[in-house]
Write a protein that binds this ligand. Structure first.
Ligand SMILES: Cc1ncc(C[n+]2csc(CCO)c2C)c(N)n1
Length: 216
């Protein structure tokens, strides 16, 4: 039987293909991404993760049982820990001291996730949060399998190729499938819409980093 998440994957496949081919990810894979772009991305990602953790925790409060509440609180905790590791590691290593604030790509994505987790149903919030896990898993596996070594961005590439991360992604997928199985068609449509929107935002986040900001 096809799962709801199979349907989601198919719906957003063209965006995923664009994400894979994006120069940021191609150059990251080849190790040729200019350091300035990587530094800007890491800085934006640290801002992203702080709000993403809030959106995860808020979504957890809507869960129908304490197992899923705990799952979301653990996801939120991990996002904060990743953010701290970024600060302790990359911020120090590269002397990152940006003070430009959130770029519009990051701003749009975090505000979308915060608004969705605050005002939409549990089902729709879960679907909106899913690309963060799943797209990173897919892009991470793609880059890991085909990277040029040695690669200056090896640590970052490894972070999304590990077993622990794979387990988190599977948990998020299973929760989404379970919710969709007992949701109305109208809710499933809203879930699909949220999933596609968040996938588009993942694309914009990389685009913003590659251009060192998207601006008017
Ligand atoms: C823009 C952007 N999107 C997704 C991730 C990946 N990610 C960040 S935290 C987390 C799960 C925490 O439990 C995952 C999968 C990222 N780093 N930056």
């Amino acid at each position: 039987m096809t799962k709801f998440t199979d349907h989601l994957w198919e719906q957003a496949l063209p965006i995923y293909e664009k994400i894979k081919q994006h120069p940021f990810n191609q150059e990251l894979k080849e190790g040729t991404l200019p350091l300035e772009k990587f530094k800007y991305y890491i800085y934006q990602d640290s801002l992203y993760l702080a709000d993403f953790a809030r959106a995860l925790a808020m979504t957890g409060t809507k869960a129908g049982n304490s197992h899923e509440l705990l799952d979301f609180l653990e996801f939120a905790q991990n996002a904060i820990l990743v953010e701290r590791a970024l600060h302790l590691g990359y911020f120090k290593e590269y002397e990152i001291e940006f003070d430009s604030g959130k770029g519009l790509g990051c701003f749009a994505y975090t505000n979308y996730l915060l608004a969705t987790s605050a005002f939409e149903s549990y089902e729709v919030s879960v679907a909106a949060l899913l690309p963060c896990f799943w797209i990173y898993k897919k892009v991470g596996d793609y880059i890991y399998a085909d990277q040029t070594t040695p690669n200056p961005y090896q640590n970052w590439i490894n972070a999304y190729a590990g077993e622990d991360f794979a387990r988190s992604v599977q948990k998020a997928l299973d929760i989404c499938d379970q919710l969709a199985a007992s949701a109305s068609e109208q809710t499933r449509n809203k879930m699909t819409e949220a999933y596609i929107k968040a996938t588009e935002m993942e694309y914009l986040f990389w685009e913003g980093a590659y251009r060192l900001a998207i601006s008017c």
